[in-house]
Design a protein around this ligand. Sequence first.
Ligand SMILES: Nc1ncnc2c1ncn2[C@@H]1O[C@H](COP(=O)(O)OP(=O)(O)O)[C@@H](O)[C@H]1O
Ligand SMILES: [Mg+2]
Length: 362
Amino acid sequence: MANRKLIGILTWREGTTFKEPKYFRNLINQGKELGASVFLFSHRDVFVKQRRVRGYVPDKQGGWRSKWFRWPEVVIDRCRTRQPGYLSFRRKKHFLYANSVFSNKWNITEYLWTDKTMRKWMPRTEFYSEKALQAYIEDFPIVYVKPGNGTGGRSVLKISKIKGGFLLIGRNKNLQHKKWQVTSRDAMVQRVNLWVDQEQIRNGHFMVQQGLDLELQPDRPSDTRLLIQKDQQGKWSITGLGVRVGVLNSATSNLHNGGRATDFTIFMNNRFGEVKSKRILHECHELAYYTVQKLEEKYGRMLEFGLDIGIDTSGQIWLIEVNPKPGRDIFLGMGKAKLYTKAVRNPLAYAMWLAETQKNNS
Ligand SMILES: Nc1ncnc2c1ncn2[C@@H]1O[C@H](COP(=O)(O)OP(=O)(O)O)[C@@H](O)[C@H]1O
Ligand SMILES: [Mg+2]
């Protein structure tokens, strides 16, 4: 087909092994339905002089086969880990990208904090140091220590003041549960210092953060995952949201850590009543639209974000994390297959729109 749009998905591969095969299959199928050709490639598959790309598409046996493709009109960056060579490749601007290179949690937090409106939704955060930890434990009943470049709830440690000391719970790099109870502040600080040393990712920094009381159900932390995406007219739109309820007595609610996905409205109505629950939803929307606009101002064109929003026991709203390459599994977990499909299609529809408008502009 002459005007079939060609969309490349930049990712990481080892041979024909991809990190998110199920999602990618879905993406390629949805692309077909929208009238686009979609293929996967890594930065090592690009032959600039020949202006062609070695791309990967599903084969009939459930694996992947490679094929030569012409230069894609748009590329969606779905590299979720900083592989060697990735950054320098992206800086070369070979393609029209639907999403800019983003930054890590620490830089994002620091940047958003400079905005007064954002600040009211943000837990206080600092670069990790023993001194900062001492100050935070003085000021807040709960303190979180987590890597500025982590994912999936790994290496996140929750420190709570309890009768006769401190309780520390978290998951290490390998997602193993860890728990300590210590009686003195010195012992707590020593333990946290050790954690930061052992859990460091590459040369990344840790942050210390005001802890939120997210136990909307007894002894289970819960937070809200909101997916906001560009639509087929290039406008930001909220695709959906859901609540993640963590396992008993854990520090995090991430689905990969055993968290369960559930309907936002039912959950919040139960906890806060309909009127307050509506107000909370409205503020989540307000927060989402404001945040993505601030982020684009700084980082350039983006495609989608998964926001981790904490709603504490008093109903106050907090931005915990912004994920520039979010998963959509929360919708499957909630049994909302249609919403999942929509969440897969949106970035493609946006990429197609982008290709079309850029063509008209050039
Ligand atoms: N300041 C905090 N207060 C309460 N819970 C938090 C805080 N920071 C993180 N969490 C919990 O830990 C989870 C993981 O933290 P997050 O910053 O999103 O890192 P990751 O990139 O590993 O998902 C959050 O979804 C939330 O459940
Ligand atoms: Mg998160």
